[in-house]
Write a protein that binds this ligand. Structure first.
Ligand code: BG6
Length: 514
């Protein structure tokens, strides 16, 4: 169907807009279960405050905090004020906005495992709804350690705070990690579905809230020049890197249980992989997008337990130097066993056996305490079929780099002639930088995701089958790692163990220099 004609330009159709028009969210109350925790203080409440600054919160709106620590409403608000002052991307704090927002916040102390606490929560929630006038729409945000997700969901269902209703609506947000293997993810899905319908569930992966992660879709499906090249016909291989300078940051006990595969690969890296490899969805709408992502996960060849030696590399950081400062090794971190075999680095070689990607390896690497913070997807194209300009000159193939963070942007590496009489070539870069082109600070991932949940848009949340398909790929690797324990040490501040280089060298390739 043609769009309207541009006046004065014969036959020039203007394509229909590709983005959805801004929508406003219906009044609702957000219940934060785990309100005294780190996530609520560092991410959720600062994100709500930033939405308030933008005038993007529904009106009216309410927040009810629920956790074990006893607070009065005022003491809870005072603590939140400190956290927002420290963690909001907008400083200094706008006192008038905060005061208006704080009026909608109340607190209820309770024990997640006790039924009577949920009766207490109901009373607090009803009192808040009466005071704010939100009319009964509710978001229940599970911002607690994952071990209590099942008991919370069961109690919410038993006390009828979570039912299969749609008017007024109740939505439930579940933080990552969603399960620690396939069986536990399936069991958690059963608990969730015992309490509510899938369309009420919002499983968070904060990578999907990042502007530059969403920009992968814009680059691929709002431009006609890249997409035709992204297939086995032109792409040699893809490298996805998520490098962190940070260590385990006081979360040693959690990390010992999780390790890098559960902490980063099952969720964030699989999101980057699926968005890079998926087919165009029929619409930019929750199920259409998620259907295509699930197809990618189903097309990934599982790495079987006896293949882990060939297709995976594990590492664990030892002491070293980052940014000129000495940092301890993983085994010296608090909460970590002195003989721990937990991996803090992994490199994987994956195959996506689909019509588009058959034969194109996807190499993934992620680790803590690496040389610098960097998340990028580098699509390496095939070399030209016939070298015209002399050996070594045109053998460096083109690379399309999607930089997720920091220095968010897109770059293309290509060969150009060096000025002068000789036909000498050198690699140069086309560089698009988000900050320079749009000049504004992008919203934080949690701002986008909280707002989408209020709007009832689940496009950027993980569906039941997606989370299970991803665990199906992790389980055999975890099994193989248990059967063949081997974790190579690497120095903090480096780029992981040498074996990670060998993984690519075997295929005649090298990691991009960060
Ligand atoms: C979290 C992991 O999900 O993602 C952390 O649990 C990790 O270990 C963090 O540091 C990375 O997120 P970001 O947004 O800093 O890349």
């Amino acid at each position: 169907m043609n769009g309207p004609l541009i006046p004065g330009i014969p036959g020039g159709p203007i394509p229909a807009p590709t983005t959805r028009p801004p929508r406003s969210a219906e009044p609702c109350t957000l219940v934060i279960l785990g309100a005294s925790g780190d996530l609520a203080h560092r991410k959720l409440v600062p994100a709500l405050y930033n939405l308030a600054v933008d005038g993007a919160l529904p009106s009216p709106f309410g927040v009810v905090g629920f956790s074990r620590t006893p607070y009065t409403d005022d003491a809870f608000r005072a603590e939140l004020l400190e956290s927002v002052s420290e963690h909001s991307r907008r400083r200094p704090l706008d006192r008038a906005v905060w005061d208006r927002f704080a009026k909608s916040v109340s607190y209820c102390a309770g024990d997640f495992s006790k039924r009577e606490s949920y009766e207490q929560l109901r009373r607090c929630l009803e009192a808040s709804e009466k005071a704010t006038g939100t009319g009964g729409n509710r978001i229940l945000y599970l911002a607690t350690p994952p071990s209590v997700f099942p008991v919370i969901l069961e109690n919410l269902a038993a006390s009828k705070l979570l039912t299969k209703t749609s008017a007024p609506w109740t939505r439930v947000v579940v933080e990552k990690p969603f399960g620690h293997d396939l069986a536990s993810a399936q069991s958690l899905n059963r608990v969730v579905h015992g309490a509510c319908d899938e369309r009420q569930v919002y499983r968070i992966d904060h990578y999907l809230g990042k502007e530059t992660v969403q920009n992968i879709l814009a680059l691929r499906f709002a431009n006609s020049i890249f997409e035709p090249l992204l297939s086995r016909h032109f792409v040699d291989h893809v490298q996805i890197t998520v490098a962190e300078e940070l260590g385990v940051e006081g979360r040693g006990a959690y990390y010992e249980e999780a390790g890098v595969l559960r902490d980063m690969v099952q969720n964030h890296m699989m999101q980057l992989l699926t968005l890079t490899a998926m087919e165009p969805p029929v619409a930019f709408e929750a199920d259409a997008v998620r259907d295509e992502k699930v197809k990618v996960l189903r097309a990934v060849c599982p790495i079987e337990p006896d293949e882990v030696g060939r297709s995976t590399v594990r590492g664990q950081y030892r002491e070293g130097t980052i940014g000129g400062k000495p940092v301890p090794g993983y085994r010296e971190e608090e909460g970590v066993a002195r003989d721990s075999m937990t991996s803090t680095f992994v490199a994987l070689s994956l195959r996506v056996e689909s019509w588009r990607w058959a034969g194109v390896p996807f190499y993934l690497r992620t680790g803590k305490r690496l040389g610098r913070r960097l998340t990028e997807i580098a699509i390496h194209f095939r070399a030209v079929p016939h070298p015209l300009f002399g050996r070594g000159q045109d053998e460096r193939p083109n690379v399309l780099i999607l930089r997720i963070q920091p220095d968010e942007g897109i770059a293309i590496r290509f060969a150009a002639k060096v000025p002068g009489e000789a036909m000498q070539l050198r690699e140069v870069t086309f560089d698009f930088r988000y900050g320079a082109s749009f000049g504004e600070q992008p919203p934080e991932a949690y701002e986008r995701l909280l707002l989408d949940c209020m709007l009832g848009d689940a496009t950027l949340f993980t569906r039941e089958d997606e989370v299970e398909a991803s665990w199906k790929l992790m389980d055999p690797i975890l099994q193989g790692w248990r059967d063949h324990p081997h974790v190579a040490p690497y120095e903090a501040g480096g780029w992981g163990p040498d074996e990670a280089d060998e993984l690519l060298a075997r295929d005649g390739r090298v990691w991009r220099k960060p």
